[in-house]
Write a protein that binds this ligand. Structure first.
Ligand SMILES: [Fe+2]
Ligand SMILES: [Fe+2]
Length: 205
């Protein structure tokens, strides 16, 4: 008996022993687990995507690339605002801009990683970046206009992520969970910008 046959026999013994110890319900669960494992093995070249993946993978990758572009545009806009913010009220606002830029970059990274898990390629090309993005790149020429532009961009991102979550339904729970977590942060960002805007109005009125 060669080494492979020995391995096969050992596996069969383990499975038989496990089967004997389980009741009918558990055996069914074991069979299901075995089937899941076999299916995962058959499609190992597809990476994290298994045959149980119910969504339209290409469409999801496309939507994720749009979300990636949105996040990258948000990074660039917040960075510009961080470096350009001037005036007596700018110090605390600058800190907020920088924090948001870092968080948008972290979102971009998560989205890019998910695209690769789905077997796609994250599009980091600067060509057409702003047209792929849902949110716009608006430089803003005053502190108030910068905050307003950021609030508008956050609201656009929030809307697009809500639609994305609805589109995914139960077909891709991993992507949906990630987008829900990002959405929660965009809502915080919008709230931050809204509070800053209120604060600026009080100070400048
Ligand atoms: Fe973001
Ligand atoms: Fe944001």
């Amino acid at each position: 008996m060669n080494a492979d046959e020995n391995d096969t026999k050992a596996n069969n013994n383990t499975e038989n022993n496990t089967s004997i110890k389980t009741n009918a319900g558990n055996l069914k669960a074991l069979t299901a687990t075995k089937m899941l494992r076999e299916r995962a093995r058959q499609h190992v070249e597809e990476g994290a995507v298994t045959t149980g993946y119910a969504a339209d993978k290409e469409a999801v990758i496309g939507l994720l690339n749009d979300a990636l572009a949105t996040e990258l545009v948000c990074v660039l806009r917040y960075k510009r605002h961080y470096f350009m913010a001037k005036g007596i009220y700018s110090e605390s606002v600058k800190g907020e801009f920088l924090q948001h830029a870092k968080e948008e970059m972290a979102h971009a990274d998560r989205i890019a990683k998910r695209i690769t898990e789905l077997g796609g390629e994250p599009n980091f090309s600067p060509d057409g970046l702003s047209s792929r993005s849902h949110a716009e790149y608006r430089p803003g020429d005053s502190l108030v206009s910068m905050i307003k532009e950021d609030l508008i961009a956050e609201r656009i991102a929030i809307e697009s992520y809500r639609e994305f979550i609805t589109y995914l339904g139960n077909d891709d729970p991993t992507t949906q969970r990630m987008i829900k977590e990002i959405l929660a942060m965009e809502e915080e960002h919008a709230d931050d910008m809204s509070s800053l805007l209120d604060g600026m109005r009080i100070k400048t009125d």
